[in-house]
Design a protein around this ligand. Structure first.
Ligand SMILES: [Zn+2]
Length: 114
């Protein structure tokens, strides 16, 4: 259900932008989702396809780019990427003081209209 409201949000935003730019049809939309955002790509694809039919995004194809979780260590200053959806410690020095740099985003990058 979480993904359903996100899909609706995406369609609302791109529909508004599409109409504002004077176009009537959305061909594709590219979005970026962090692996730690809690959003399941599969569920989002499903939700998007299920609700796009009644909108000007009817023929739109959703493209999802998954962004890995990455951080920057406050101790050794190195940047790193982890395979998990969370960071427990810096993989370089084992330090527990770090900042999450990416992984929580949900951005609409761009779209193709006609
Ligand atoms: Zn470190």
């Amino acid at each position: 259900m979480h993904e359903l409201s996100i899909a609706q949000n995406i369609i609302d935003i791109i529909s508004e932008q599409c109409l504002k730019s004077g176009h009537t049809r959305i061909e594709a939309v590219n979005i970026r989702i962090g692996r730690a955002s809690g959003i399941m790509s599969d569920a989002l694809f499903f939700a998007f396809d299920a609700i796009k039919a009644e909108s000007i995004a009817e023929g739109a194809v959703l493209h999802i780019e998954e962004v890995p979780v990455s951080g920057r260590c406050n101790e050794c200053k190195s940047d790193f990427i982890v395979q998990e959806v969370y960071i427990l410690f810096c993989p370089h020095c084992g330090g527990g003081s770090f900042r999450m740099v990416s992984g929580k985003e949900m951005d609409i990058i761009d779209m193709e209209v006609s």
